[in-house]
Design a protein around this ligand. Structure first.
Ligand SMILES: Nc1ncnc2c1ncn2[C@@H]1O[C@H](COP(=O)(O)OP(=O)(O)OP(=O)(O)O)[C@@H](O)[C@H]1O
Length: 455
């Protein structure tokens, strides 16, 4: 680390005396607030010495204190040493109370000053190391994936091993467990990382459009096909294709996917030409493919093709210690995004996070923590802000069975909407009702059918 020191001092004599105290350090000098702030922004010094008596108040300390606040606001990790006159002990103590790391009293003694400044450089370095250490605790080695549980660390190791190969990988896990994050990590750690990564959700695209979305179409293939269009597979040539919700792929298309995986060629809809494509395929589903195979809605031969390696991502509630770790990291990010620095969970919030079953896994946690970060009064996020209450089962406070039934129904729909990210078809499937029934129910309970967090 190149040591950079900013000396804020309006006395030219002291400026040059101080400069000579720091031979192995890059020294910058400012004599008022404006020049100090411009150097702070440009040079980003780790340590600043600040004379409290600056113009336009050289005999007082108001300008020095204002500058102290401003530096800490702009660059909170900077170590500031206030320089005061012999009679200004009170100001020195006040400045440390306001966030300065140390103080130094004139007259100047080169040895003591360099000792104090070097100690501030060391402190800066230690704090930085500490932050790095905390950050590395948050991380698995995979980008975008926070994990420290043995279960997830084992998955990370497997991902690192299989990423450089081209094996077709099946990622299994409940909704919101991070299957797409894993697929992206497989891509990022492979030699394909500089090529495209495309994700396609087989459940979200109507059956009749999925084939042309995947394989493209030739001009004139169907009404409205005014020009030839490449599909996702072709556009991903050289890269990685992530097929999410593979269990929802219609049977006729499963046959085409199988052919592609076996022969590595595609045919556009309405085309006659075979086009070779080099794509690594990663599939995912939250469904039990064995059950789908048993009831005839998923091809067994395709299952074996897509599952050369299978990764089972455990639900969040089964990962030891990860819920709190992820929640803390999310809160840290949201508090920065929302410009509400230093938000922390209260003890009851941490206990609630540990206890809650997280049916919507990390996706649900993102919504809850974001909401809580917005709602929290002051710096503490409480259990109440998180709204993690489980449905209340007591009968003391309910009117009748109809009311119990309706409350449970409403909660189940709200939950399913959140898990399915407000995709109505997926929500209906989760709840085992038809789409019209779901719309009737959301009307009945006046439930919003879109994600308010993304408004
Ligand atoms: N371990 C984790 N650390 C941090 N963020 C995570 C982690 N796991 C998942 N996420 C985040 O949670 C959200 C949901 O993850 P992702 O889309 O990968 O889940 P999924 O299992 O593919 O969900 P679905 O089955 O519903 O498609 C994303 O915003 C993702 O970045």
């Amino acid at each position: 680390m190149k040591k950079k020191l900013l000396i804020i001092e309006d006395d030219p004599g002291l400026q040059s005396q101080m400069r000579w105290c720091f031979e192995d350090t890059e020294v910058h000098i400012a004599d008022d607030r404006e020049s100090a702030l411009s150097l702070l922004r440009r040079v980003e010094p780790q340590v600043v010495t600040l004379d409290l008596g600056l113009p336009p108040d050289p005999g007082g300390s108001s300008e020095g204190f204002a500058l102290l606040d401003e530096i800490l606001r702009l660059a909170p990790s900077t170590k500031i040493i206030v320089v005061t006159g012999r009679e200004e002990k009170e100001n020195a103590v006040k400045a440390v109370g306001n966030g300065a790391c140390d103080f130094y009293q004139k007259p100047l003694d080169a040895d003591i000053l360099s000792f104090v400044v070097n100690r501030a450089f060391r402190l800066y370095e230690l704090e930085k190391e500490n932050i790095e250490l905390n950050r590395s605790q948050y991380s698995s080695t995979l980008k975008g994936l926070i994990a420290n549980s043995p279960q997830m660390l084992k998955i990370c190791r497997t991902v690192e091993k299989i990423a450089p190969t081209d094996v077709t990988t099946l990622v299994l896990g409940e909704t919101g467990t991070g299957k797409e994050v894993i697929a992206k990590a497989l891509h990022d750690l492979s030699i394909r990382s500089d090529k495209a990564f495309s994700a396609i959700n087989c459940a979200a695209i109507p059956e009749n459009l999925l084939e042309s979305e995947l394989f493209g179409y030739e001009k004139g293939a169907f009404t409205g096909a005014n020009q030839t269009k490449k599909g996702k597979v072709e556009l991903t040539d050289g890269g990685t294709l992530f097929l999410d919700e593979i269990g929802d792929m219609p049977m006729p298309l499963q046959a085409k996917l199988l052919r592609f995986l076996q022969e590595r060629v595609i045919e556009r809809v309405g085309g006659v030409r075979e086009i070779p494509v080099d794509v690594r395929v990663v599939c995912a589903t939250h469904q039990d493919l064995q059950t789908l195979i048993a009831n005839g809605s998923f091809r067994e031969d395709l299952y074996y093709r897509v599952s050369e390696i299978t990764l089972n991502i455990p639900p969040l509630k089964e990962r030891e210690g990860d819920a709190v770790l992820i929640a803390q990291s999310l809160l840290h990010n949201f508090s920065n995004q929302l410009d509400r620095p230093n938000l922390n969970f209260s003890d009851d919030a941490l206990a609630a996070i540990r206890e809650y079953p997280w049916p919507g896994n990390v996706r649900e946690m993102i919504n809850k923590v974001k909401r809580a970060a917005i709602m929290a009064d002051g710096k503490r996020v409480t259990a109440e802000d998180l709204e993690l209450d489980e449905p209340c089962n007591t009968t003391d406070s309910v009117l009748n069975l109809r009311q119990v039934r309706e409350t449970a129904e409403k909660q189940a729909i709200e939950h399913a909407l959140q898990i399915a990210q407000y995709n109505m078809a997926q929500t209906a499937r989760l709840l085992g009702v038809t789409r019209p029934t779901l719309y009737n129910l959301t009307d009945k309970y006046k439930l919003t059918t879109h994600d308010q967090n993304t408004d």
